[in-house]
Design a protein around this ligand. Structure first.
Ligand code: TUI
Length: 308
């Protein structure tokens, strides 16, 4: 399935793996890249030495292209933005903000830049600043999200831009890929499906929550802080959601309660205090598999549906 995305990034399948903070490290990224997609290491708010180590580990595990996601709300985003240049990382995706101030340096260094955007307005700004492609991310995604849905956002971004668009949010099988292509996308970004992969190094409790989730087991918390996040429903996320609705948790208390909560989910499987970020499509995911099988099965199904 050749598109401008496979051409531009030198990959076999037009699929990016989501840059999931604390989760997407060298092992997952290299597995996705080795399977013919574009694996991404998440910078998150990692210390610079940790990200450098992960980049070098990824290079030792794959000869294929891979990228790094820069989470722009991170206090050390500036240092991480420079690190990807120094380490010769071929592709950068960004999230949770406008990467405008880093674009010139990345472009000058020959880094391909793919901002993740939740709106047409930001997508157009990114094209004007020299982005190579954008990920149009719908509110079905896990983690920090915008308001518009994948179905509504993707075709509007496609219509507004010349550069290729990658669809994200709610895609976990070949039907999601085929639908994205029908909306005009030339690639997909997938996060949640890779949570339930053999190579994803997260606490077994996290994988179990994804595999056992039903269609209604996803909840958005933190709208009142300005940083809404989609999570799996747990005792903790339900407590946050009800505290937000009934006013028993102030936005300041919410920030305190959620500080470090992703690490507690990923490393400790802590159901009392952990935020298990996850997309709304988790209900469809039933099995943990190798990344290679996930990607090959998704594209086999998509190609059949698209009649290719
Ligand atoms: O970034 C993501 N997903 C994430 S980041 C993250 S870590 C985090 N934790 C707590 C609070 C905030 C972040 C977990 N999941 N996806 C891409 C994405 N970008 N979603 C929404 C946006 C976005 C929002 C506003 C991008 C740009 C933007 O622009 C604002 C502006 O300055 O124009």
């Amino acid at each position: 399935m050749k598109t401008r995305i496979t051409e531009l990034f030198g990959i076999e399948y037009p699929i990016f793996q989501g840059g999931m903070a604390w989760i997407a490290e060298a092992q997952l990224a290299s597995a996705v890249s080795n399977a013919g997609g574009l694996g991404l290491i998440a910078g998150g708010s990692a210390p610079i030495d940790h990200l450098r180590e992960q980049i070098r580990k990824c290079k030792s595990l794959t000869d294929k292209p891979f990228g790094v996601n820069i989470m722009l709300m991170s206090p050390n985003a500036e240092d991480l933005a420079q690190l990807v240049i120094d380490e010769g990382v071929p592709v950068v995706t960004t999230g949770a903000g406008n990467p405008g101030k880093f674009m010139a340096a990345w472009k000058q260094a020959g880094v391909k830049v793919v901002p993740v955007v939740p709106s047409v307005a930001l997508a157009k700004r990114m094209e004007r600043s020299g982005a190579d492609a954008v990920v149009a991310e719908g509110t079905e995604s896990g983690g920090h999200i915008g308001e518009n849905t994948t179905m509504c956002l993707v075709p509007q971004v496609v219509d507004a831009l010349e550069i290729p668009v990658i669809a994200a949010g709610g895609i976990a099988d070949g039907r999601g890929i085929a639908a994205s292509f029908m909306l005009g996308a030339e690639g997909v970004q997938v996060g949640t499906r890779f949570l339930a992969s053999d190579e994803c190094v997260i606490h077994p409790t996290y994988k179990e929550l994804v595999v056992k989730a039903k269609d209604t087991d996803s909840v958005v918390t933190g709208r009142y802080t300005g940083h809404p996040c989609r999570n799996v429903k747990t005792k903790f996320s339900k407590k946050l959601a009800s505290g937000e609705t009934n006013g028993s948790i102030t936005p300041e208390e919410f920030e305190e309660l959620t500080l470090g909560s992703l690490r507690k989910a990923v490393q400790d499987g802590n159901l009392e205090e952990g935020s298990f970020l996850c997309g709304a499509i988790a209900g469809m995911i039933k099995e943990v598999k190798p990344c290679k099988d996930i990607i090959e099965e998704m594209f086999e199904q998509a190609e059949k549906l698209l009649g290719r």
